[in-house]
Write a protein that binds this ligand. Structure first.
Ligand code: NAD
Length: 370
């Protein structure tokens, strides 16, 4: 069955999502087949080029025109954060299914408006938290659910990159609260928060610190103030009483895409590093050191869809897996997770982090209810 996809966004995520749609049936089979109906971009020449290069039938220079296209059944929003709310809500009001990039919104209030519209529309909705779909992360979840770690006591999650350490980098939408909502907390930290929830449980209370490491950046000919953080550290308590720390920075020299977690339970521990994403390290009480599990056997979650054992997959395959499962849910008219509710919960945590930084105290995460 074919599903007509309309993609908003042509650059980093536009490319990753288009690649995923194009190679989806190669790996996942024919249960659901994306039809690349249209792509929206604001730069005419580049949008015309990506229409051809990414393989879309049409292109639009106005996102509302793409939404109105009757052949577009699913709207994929890969635009910057300040362009999540309006296109998503308008698409939902037209009865289209919507998948939106993370973070869902620039604040919990904005996320709740989006969640309300999604619930009212009664269609399938999702948020891209693609890291959930790494086979090693799926295996970690399975081990935790089977009780291999026993009760989880504490954890450390970190996501470090260093592109923000370049002072010559101009002031893009990522460096302003108005356009991004948050700094590194929304950019990298939203993945971390979602992963903590996915693997361990809901976050109840936080206390945090942050810093802006490059105060001004060039915007055209003049220097403009950066008003969102480059680095953040959060101490957190979960509802299930586990506690831990998360860090995120885009000014960690030498770290390119260093997303790591360590989870410690009464019976065992897990360690994962996204720069080696085909591996999960597992320690069981009384074993002699950690065991490196190379998650490329066909018995490992989702791995059978790809290559023979040992051939490894990369970051881009997580988009194939997430978008495939989303389209399958659309086809069946089912709920998909992570959805706008999960996205809004991440916003609730991030808003609590901001309040904690401002007030210099522990802050309870608000309940996500609409
Ligand atoms: N899941 C992930 O791993 C991941 C990674 C990177 C980014 N993201 C998310 O994806 C979204 C897009 O990020 P990106 O890195 O692709 O951004 P980008 O800056 O590379 O591209 C954004 C797209 O939006 C367009 N755009 C920018 N400003 C616009 C405006 N004023 N009006 C209309 N269009 C405009 C750009 O032309 C481009 O097509 C963000 O929400 C981001 O948080 C997710």
């Amino acid at each position: 069955m074919e599903i007509g996809v309309g993609l908003l966004g042509t650059r980093f995520m536009g490319k990753a999502h288009s690649h995923a749609y194009r190679s989806m049936t190669t790996f996942m089979g024919l249960k659901v087949k994306p039809r690349l109906v249209a792509i929206y971009g604001r730069d005419p020449e580049y949008t015309r080029y990506v229409k051809e290069a990414y393989g879309y039938e049409k292109y639009y220079l106005d996102w509302r025109e793409l939404l109105k296209d009757p052949e577009v059944e699913v709207v994929d929003n890969s635009l910057p954060n300040f362009l999540h709310k309006k296109p998503c809500i308008e698409a939902l009001e037209m009865g289209k299914s919507v998948i939106c990039e993370k973070p869902l919104a620039r604040s919990l209030d904005e996320a709740l408006e989006m969640l309300k519209a999604a619930v009212k529309a009664g269609v399938t909705h999702g948020v891209i938290f693609n890291k959930r779909w790494f086979p090693a992360v799926q295996l970690a979840k399975k081990l935790i659910e089977e009780g291999a770690l026993g009760k989880i006591l504490h954890f450390r999650f970190a996501y470090h990159q260093d592109w923000g350490a370049d002072p010559e980098l101009s002031l893009t939408w990522r460096f302003k609260r108005e356009t991004a909502g948050y700094g590194v907390l929304g950019d990298q930290g939203s993945h971390v928060i979602d992963m903590i929830r996915f693997l361990i449980g809901d976050i109840d209370e936080v206390i945090a610190l942050s810093s802006i490491d490059v105060a001004e950046r060039k915007l055209e000919d003049k220097m403009e103030k950066v008003d969102v953080e480059d680095s953040v550290a959060v101490l957190m308590k979960l509802r299930n009483r586990a506690f831990g720390v998360m860090e995120a920075s885009r000014y960690s020299l030498g770290r390119k895409n260093y997303f790591v977690f360590e989870i410690y339970g009464e019976e065992g521990s897990l360690y994962f590093n996204m720069e080696r994403l085909n591996e999960l390290w597992f320690y069981k009480r009384e074993s002699e050191g950690f065991t490196r599990i190379f998650v490329t056997e066909k018995t490992h979650p989702f791995y059978e869809k790809f290559w023979p054992a040992g051939h490894t997959i990369g970051w881009v395959e997580s988009f194939i897996l997430q978008l495939y499962h989303f389209l399958l849910a659309v086809k069946k008219g089912e709920e998909f997770r992570p959805n706008f509710y999960d996205g809004a919960v991440v916003n609730a945590v991030m808003d609590a982090v901001y309040e904690s930084i401002k007030e210099r105290k522990w802050v309870k995460v608000k309940k996500t209810v609409v």
